[in-house]
Each structure stands twice: as structure tokens, then as C-alpha cells.
Design a protein around this ligand. Structure first.
Ligand SMILES: *Cc1c(COP(=O)(O)O)cnc(C)c1O
Length: 412
């Protein structure tokens, strides 16, 4: 008899998006005309085509594969040198941040890396997540057996939930209990909040004092427009000793279907072995990639490299400005009807408080029925998300404008 991983049975069966799909399908069944007008502002996926520079680089790389002289088979599992160097140079060293080429690990996604990183950590760690939270951090810890069961609110026993509310600007306070691994994500999904240098400095100081490690998800870094806000945890002095950073080409280059991301593991970052010795994590992650990963395909890495060319970065800027234009339109519509609005300025997500007495799912139903707009109920991201909903700016301009018109016409 083979045994399954019981931890998977603790998962709340991908509750949020299936429930949204179920409600939308049932609404469309009974309202076929409204179904035709439906605007989806719930998804965290990009809508616009890839930058031309990436397309050209991919075409060229595919042609190289067509000839024996330029053919490439298995590549380095950590990523091709050309891309590791382009990343380290453009995203870090040009901004005065010390990161070496070989501290960059190219991968097929930040989602994957955020989950896979647990391979190199022990099971003894006290783990802290933000609430509301990107569900991947939680579910991968559940799968790894780091938690007990979920309670009726969906919170897992054994995880430390750090509430993110308007009172703390959606940046968690340092907890009173000791934690060893802390997931932070800025600009944040789902709240659209950003963290200041001072706020991140507090966390870096805490991590250094407690030999804790910050897992910093900066997937939305490119959406920062405020020059005072840090783009990387490594802008904070001391972070090289206590942080791993996850970045992705999904949301800047629109690579959600192309697949390319990277993780930065500083060579100075250490953790304890069970015998008490302090050991670097860099060789462990490198080994993990060599053993369990085959690298990202050559044409895709060339496409990612092209995003750093002058042409590519101009096109990426244009994409981001396009989505942020949507964010402004949607944000203003919500504010005009008197809703309390957060985010949407340095992030493509708008986090909106529901009117008093209306829960997240009630609001979901109201938006669906009255405006034929699909949003994401905040409670799906954690207990502290109750009383909020998320609007995504990933949409066509026409859809964003129409959604804004319908929001303004709502009777709340
Ligand atoms: C979209 C997103 C990512 C990027 O994931 P990929 O696997 O690289 O596509 C990472 N973190 C958060 C919070 C996201 O919303």
C-alpha cells in the first residue's frame, strides 16, 4: 500500500478561485444577457501582448536552434551567464546594490521559487506570513508539513499571521513571538501597498538580531513610481545577511505565459544546521536547482535579456504605464462613489474597503449583479482581508473605462 502526503488533505481545496468561478457561472446561467457584458477585474494575469524586443529576441534564438553550429541543448540549471549578468547589472549594480552574477538563479517562476525555497529550510522554523496573503506562501508550507489543520476561518495552526491593515499601512508590525522565516511582498498582492525604507529596515534589523530570514517577493517592483520607495530588499543595509529576493518577468514584461523569473540568494546568507553550525544557503539552492530543475529554455532567456535593452526597457515602461493608467481610472471611480481606497498607485492592485456592514462576498455578489464586474473578495486572501475587495488593473483600457463607468453608476 502506498501512502499519500496527508498534508495535502489539509489544504482548503483551492477555495477562492473555484468559488469565484462557481458564482460567476451560476450568475451567467441565469442572466445570459448580463453575461455578455461581464468584465473580469479579478485576475492577476496580464492582458497585453509581449514587448516587441522580447518577440524579436525569441525569434532570433529559435533560428539559432535550427542550425548545428548554434544549436543548444541542456543549459546551465542556474541560468545562462548572459541573463544572470544582465539582471545583476541592470536591476542591482546599476542601482548601487551589491549583487554578483552568480547570486542570480534564473527560474520558470516566482510562484515556483517561493514554494521550492522550502526545500533548503528545515522543518523546525517558526513561519510568519502577512494577512491578507498571496496564498502560495501558505499552501506550500502546508504541503511541506509545517502546519496543523486549518480552522473555520481558513487560518492554519502553526503559522504566525501578521495582520496588515490601514492602521499599519498594510506593512506588518514586528511580532511579539520569535519567528525564523518571514514572507514579505512589496509592492503587495493583494493590497497594492508598498513598504518604505524605514519599514523594511525594521524587519531587516529584526531578522539580523534573531538570525531570521526574510523571503522577499518583489514581483511588482517595476510598478513603483515613487522614487523614495525601495525596489529591492537589498537596498536595506544588512539585508545580504538575512534575505532572499524573488523577482519575475511575469508582471513587467508580461511573461506570465512565457515563464521566466529569478531568485537572488546572497553568498553571505547563512542558516543553522541541526548541529548548530552556521552554513551558507547559496550552495544548497544551487544544488537544488541542479538536481530538480533543467533551467529555463534558451529562447525565453534571450527574450528576458532583451527586456534590459534600451528598446526593451522602453517597451516595458509603456506596458506598465498602460496598466497603471487603468489603475488610476478604476481607483478614481471607487473614490468618487465614496469608497475607501488603498493601493493602485505603485502597484496594479486596488484594495477597496466594502461599505459598512457589507462583507467581502456580499460585495462580490453586488458587483457581479449590479455592475457585471468580477472582483476578488478580500477574505479569500486571509481573515484580515474580510471587509475588502481587490480590483486588478490588468485589463484592456476599454474594459477599465467601462468598469469605471459602471462603478460610478452603482448605488451603494
Ligand atoms: C504574479 C506574482 C508572482 C509571479 O509569479 P510567476 O510564477 O513568476 O508568474 C509572484 N508573487 C506574487 C505575489 C504574484 O502576484
Amino acid at each position: 500500500m502506498a501512502y499519500l502526503n496527508d498534508n495535502y488533505l489539509k489544504l482548503r481545496a483551492g477555495y477562492l478561485f473555484p468559488e469565484i468561478a462557481r458564482r460567476v457561472a451560476s450568475f451567467c446561467d441565469t442572466n445570459p444577457d448580463a453575461a455578455k457584458r461581464l468584465i473580469r477585474c479579478g485576475i492577476g494575469d496580464v492582458t497585453e501582448p509581449l514587448p516587441e524586443a522580447a518577440i524579436a529576441a525569441m525569434h532570433k534564438a529559435v533560428d539559432e536552434l535550427a542550425h548545428r553550429e548554434t544549436f543548444r541543448g541542456y543549459g546551465p540549471e542556474q541560468g545562462y551567464d548572459f541573463l544572470r549578468k544582465a539582471i545583476a547589472q541592470n536591476d542591482y549594480r546599476d542601482r548601487g546594490i551589491e549583487v554578483a552574477d552568480d547570486e542570480i538563479f534564473v527560474s520558470d517562476g516566482s510562484k515556483c521559487d517561493c514554494g521550492n525555497i522550502l526545500d533548503i529550510f528545515g522543518h523546525e522554523n517558526e513561519i510568519a506570513v502577512m494577512d491578507p496573503v498571496y496564498p502560495v506562501y501558505v499552501d506550500t508550507n502546508v504541503m511541506a508539513g509545517h502546519t496543523g489543520p486549518a480552522n473555520e476561518l481558513g487560518a492554519f495552526e502553526g503559522l504566525v499571521y501578521l495582520p496588515c491593515t490601514p492602521a499599519n499601512g498594510f506593512v506588518p508590525e514586528i511580532p511579539s513571538q520569535r519567528v525564523d522565516i518571514i514572507y514579505l511582498c512589496y509592492p503587495n498582492n493583494p493590497t497594492g501597498a508598498t513598504a518604505t525604507r524605514e519599514q523594511l529596515t525594521k524587519w531587516v534589523e529584526y531578522a539580523r538580531q534573531n538570525e531570521a530570514i526574510i523571503l522577499y517577493d518583489a514581483a511588482y517592483e517595476a510598478y513603483i513610481s515613487d522614487p523614495a520607495l525601495p525596489h529591492s530588499i537589498f537596498e536595506i543595509p544588512g539585508a545580504r545577511d538575512c534575505a532572499i529576493e524573488f523577482r519575475s518577468f511575469s508582471k513587467n514584461g508580461g511573461f506570465t505565459g512565457v515563464r521566466c523569473a529569478f531568485t537572488v540568494v546572497p553568498k553571505t546568507l547563512t542558516a543553522r544546521a541541526l548541529n548548530g553550525e552556521s552554513r551558507p544557503l547559496h550552495p544548497l539552492w544551487s544544488r537544488r536547482m541542479s538536481t530538480k530543475f533543467n533551467g529555463v529554455s534558451y529562447p525565453v532567456q534571450r527574450a528576458a535579456e532583451a527586456l534590459y535593452t534600451q528598446e526593451g526597457s522602453t517597451q516595458v515602461r509603456a506596458l506598465i504605464e498602460y496598466y497603471m493608467g487603468n489603475a488610476r481610472i478604476l481607483r478614481e471611480a471607487c473614490m468618487e462613489i465614496g469608497l475607501e481606497v488603498y493601493g493602485g498607485v505603485n502597484a496594479p492592485y486596488i484594495w477597496v474597503a466594502t461599505p459598512p456592514g457589507i462583507g467581502s462576498w456580499d460585495m462580490f455578489d453586488m458587483m457581479l449583479e449590479e455592475a457585471n464586474i468580477v472582483i476578488t473578495p478580500g477574505s479569500g486572501f486571509g481573515g484580515a482581508g474580510e471587509g475588502y475587495f481587490r480590483i486588478s488593473a490588468f485589463n484592456s483600457r476599454a474594459n477599465a473605462e467601462e468598469a469605471a463607468r459602471r462603478i460610478r453608476a452603482m448605488d451603494l
